[in-house]
Ligand binder design. Structure first.
Ligand SMILES: Nc1ncnc2c1ncn2[C@@H]1O[C@H](COP(=O)(O)OP(=O)(O)O)[C@@H](O)[C@H]1O
Ligand SMILES: [Mg+2]
Length: 321
């Protein structure tokens, strides 16, 4: 079993910043940063922590990587098995590697994001306990890795819709709680249950960006339409502007079903369709089984890693420039 690691090699840092390795070394010297030794595969190599990457990025063009409150990005979709947990996990991890301070929130009672990140639930407080007044958000957060924290999921999340179905405004179940830790994070990543619940509505209301993964199967289309209608209701009832992105996942570029679906989604949703497609790859499953992310699973070239890096850059284009 590998240890989940969100530190990167100097070579990866250079690729992430779009500069040469020599240029990275020069910048590190200028900033007085000493690389650390990290283990990648069976070898010890020079590496950088998320905080180092943050310094390197903020030294570029003299801009700060933190424009105000955190960006809230949720993975939604009323169908299960479309990749919400797998993609939110690897996306959140990559964002932390770029030096963003990331808070993951698991709002699905199946707790798959928690399992991907931590192996098992690292605590017994979840969003339900927060609503019940049993904890504050700050107390519920588990600082799992540097710049990669989580409010874990537990089975008690299943009680939320049943107990809180009289809340008049979606803000009451989710968004207002984030204010407590607003200054501590650059990005909040929420993995949602496959449903059209009040909690999902509240998460959507608090989201600056909503990602709906879609697999190349006729069967997942109905789910996409239902989810879009659900979000449009939110728009109509609460006048909330929503930035919805549809993401093609498990794409097989040589298969007719993938080609047809991408073409259909592109015609129907235009700009809302992510330019990045995530290919079907065993690496997603094998990395989770090995207790790591797609960024650490293999040192060889790998589509899953390339796709998730491209997705992170696309979804965070306004934060990583
Ligand atoms: N691009 C992909 N290639 C191969 N398998 C994938 C891919 N994305 C997700 N999976 C696998 O599909 C299954 C369902 O994904 P999951 O993230 O649990 O979906 P959801 O959260 O929407 O229910 C998991 O076993 C996951 O590892
Ligand atoms: Mg899931």
């Amino acid at each position: 079993m590998k240890e989940l690691d969100n530190r990167v090699t100097l070579a990866d840092a250079a690729a992430m910043l779009g500069i040469s390795r020599v240029a990275v070394t020069k910048k590190l010297t200028l900033l007085g940063i000493e690389p650390i030794q990290i283990r990648k595969g069976n070898t010890e190599v020079q590496g950088l922590t998320p905080e180092h990457l943050r310094h390197l990025r903020s030294s570029r063009a003299g801009t700060s990587p933190v424009p105000g409150r955190p960006l809230v990005l949720s993975f939604q979709g009323c169908k299960g098995g479309i990749g919400k947990s797998t993609l939110s996990y690897n996306f959140a991890l990559r964002a932390s590697q770029y030096g963003l301070r990331v808070l993951c929130i698991d709002t699905d009672q199946q707790s798959h994001l928690t399992l991907c990140l931590c192996g098992k639930a690292p605590g017994n407080r979840c969003w339900y306990d927060l609503l019940e007044g049993q904890t504050t958000l700050r107390e519920a957060i588990v600082p799992w890795r540097e710049y990669l924290h989580i409010v874990p999921g537990t089975i008690h999340l299943a009680l939320i819709d049943y107990k809180y179905n009289d809340r008049a405004h979606p803000e009451a179940l989710f968004g207002r709680y984030l204010e407590e830790v607003e200054a501590d994070y650059d990005l909040v990543v929420v993995d949602c249950a496959p449903s059209l619940s009040l909690l999902n509505q509240a998460v959507a209301y608090a989201s600056d960006r909503i990602v709906i993964p879609q697999t190349p199967s006729r069967l997942s289309f109905d789910g996409l339409e239902l989810t879009i209608n659900f979000l449009e209701d939110l728009h109509e009832n609460f006048e909330k502007q929503l930035d919805v992105r549809i993401l093609c996942n498990m794409v097989e570029p040589d298969e007719l079903s993938s080609i047809r679906i991408i073409s259909h989604l592109s015609k129907t949703y235009g700009e809302a369709l992510c330019r990045t497609f995530v290919h079907r790859s065993q690496t997603f499953l094998e990395a989770i089984d090995a207790g790591t992310s797609v960024f650490d699973y293999t040192l060889k070239a790998d589509t899953a890693r390339d796709d998730l890096d491209a997705l992170t850059r696309e979804l965070l284009a306004d934060r990583l420039s």
